[in-house]
Write a protein that binds this ligand. Structure first.
Ligand code: GLU
Length: 505
């Protein structure tokens, strides 16, 4: 058989915000596709109307835009296999359901929810399968006429796959190797529901992967239990030759302890588990996102790429194109990947350090505006350059520079106690006289002049400058004082000192 072009898909169900684990799945699909010169599709699996959440699809699309994961085909893009939203493909699935029924691989079942519940009560661990199906109300136990009559009467039936018993089903997984499961543990899964004329996930997923010529199914480990059924379906349809290869990715584990990373861990430990902020349309609950928390998309990508995959080289910072070059499924681990949130912050700081003052200034400008302040671009860039290496997030710059825009309304008690000495009340007015004749823009010049003056007076350098800082900034923090007063200008500096002398005396 000729080598097929690599085609992979990310196939989320729009049931809410996209979990960060789903983002990693999409990322690995993207890296794999690009590495092999293939295509990545975005398919929306919205056949479960009960779990549909409005806004989820737009959220998913916006998340990938922010992250820089580009799809070649799919919802919002189009392509040869449109439509890519499963709810718009009803007629296609109906045909394939009929094919399975005609071939005897599936059957119609009329058991009502109440009847099924009865069975659950009667038989411990009841499941609809080879051992129980002949006691059900279905097209295997009813006459053809009876079935037709029920359908004509509009009775709501489901179509179930007829799983043959006592058979070992092999799933070849590119990460886990060969996984063998005996068909006796499988139940006759529902493939189609007449009530809403829609297939279930299993059928729609297989039919679409086939029709969309998917070559590799790369998805979360939670789907591994469905894989044997999927293998069976490929066989029933006669598509075994072109069945995609499976790769089930390891779980993302809680930062500490056992189990899967959940939204609750994020709430408890204070980190986002969603790429973007999300407002639950039902409850109105807000969940934080990586974007709004100030993460750079490149840092988020770099962090996620290494959660469960290692490039085999002793380095941690990789651009998207380097990740594409290095990616391989062989280097994805079988074991769960522990979510280390501190590491994520570390990545952000690394990416922050790689950015130019211009880039950071442009990102900070809207934050400053939100705080109600306007600032000339060059001046803002100067301010940003002074503090940018102290923080891991652009959002945190504000806390480093707020006093440059808002005069202190109170003075930090600890700083005052330690830095404002009895002699400060005389030294600071003297300093102000020295500064009076200077041009505040000559930062280096001023530093020299003031230092010479301090020395000539025999004052303690730290003592004078620390008191000056407390007076102007309100606390013992911030960059060089001569930079600060250059930014504030003469008038503002004098006003602040005057007030401090009144309050602190
Ligand atoms: N709709 C499934 C999901 O929400 C797709 C699983 C798969 O990739 O087969 O993840």
């Amino acid at each position: 058989m000729a080598e097929r072009k690599v085609r992979v898909r990310f196939a989320p169900s729009p049931t809410g915000a996209l979990h960060i684990g789903g983002v990693r799945t999409a990322l690995y699909n993207y890296l794999f596709a690009k590495k092999h010169g293939g295509d990545l599709l975005l398919r929306i699996e919205d056949t479960d109307s009960q779990r549909f959440v409005p806004g989820a699809e737009d959220y998913i699309i916006e998340s990938f835009k922010w992250l820089g994961i580009k799809f070649d085909e799919g919802v919002g893009i189009g392509g040869d296999h449109a439509p890519y939203r499963q709810s718009e493909r009803r007629d296609i699935y109906k045909k394939y359901v009929q094919q399975l029924l005609d071939a005897g691989y599936a059957y119609m079942a009329f058991d009502t929810p109440a009847e099924l519940e009865e069975k659950h009560k009667e038989i411990p661990n009841f499941q609809y399968d080879a051992h129980t199906r002949m006691s059900g109300i279905n097209s295997l136990t009813l006459s053809k006429e009876e079935v037709e009559k029920r359908v004509a009467n509009g009775e709501k039936y489901v179509v179930r796959i007829k799983v043959q018993p006592d058979e070992d089903i092999e799933v070849d997984d590119l990460i886990r190797g060969k996984v063998v499961i005996n068909s006796n543990v499988l139940d006759d899964k529902v493939l189609y529901k007449a009530a809403d004329e829609l297939p279930t996930y299993h059928l729609a997923n297989i039919v679409d992967d086939h029709l969309m010529e998917i070559t590799h199914v790369i998805r979360g480990e939670e789907w591994l239990p469905s894989a044997p059924l999927h293998v069976l379906l490929y066989r029933c349809f006669g598509w075994a030759d072109t069945m995609p290869k499976f790769a089930h990715l390891p779980l993302l584990l809680k930062p500490e302890g056992n189990g899967k990373l959940s939204k609750r861990d994020g709430d408890r430990l204070g980190f986002p588990v969603f790429p973007l902020q999300w407002k639950d349309p039902k409850t109105g609950d807000m969940s934080s996102g990586y974007r709004e928390s100030g993460y750079f998309p490149e840092a988020t990508i770099n962090f996620l790429a290494l959660l469960g995959w290692n490039p085999g080289i002793d380095r941690e910072i990789f651009s998207m194109s380097e990740l594409i070059d290095l990616f391989s499924l062989e280097r994805v681990s079988k074991a769960g990947a522990r979510f280390d949130f501190e590491k994520c912050k570390w990545f952000n700081k690394e990416y922050m350090m790689m950015k130019s003052d211009d880039e950071i200034t442009k990102l900070f400008a809207p934050i400053l505006e939100e705080k109600g302040h306007a600032c000339d671009y060059d001046k803002l860039k100067y301010i940003v350059s002074l503090v940018r290496n102290r923080v891991s997030f652009v959002n945190d710059i504000w806390n480093e520079v707020n006093y440059m825009f808002e005069a202190p309304t109170e003075y930090d008690e600890k700083s005052v106690k330690k830095r404002w000495k009895p002699e400060s009340s005389t030294q600071i007015p003297e300093l102000m006289q020295v500064l009076e004749g200077l041009d505040f823009a000559n930062v280096e010049e001023n530093e020299k002049t003031v230092l010479a003056w301090i020395e000539s007076k025999g004052y303690n350098l730290g003592g004078v400058m620390n008191a000056f800082r407390v007076a102007v900034v309100g606390a013992a923090r911030g960059p060089q004082m001569f930079d600060i007063i250059n930014i504030l200008g003469k008038e503002e500096t004098y006003a602040r000192v005057k007030r401090a002398l009144e309050v602190l005396k």
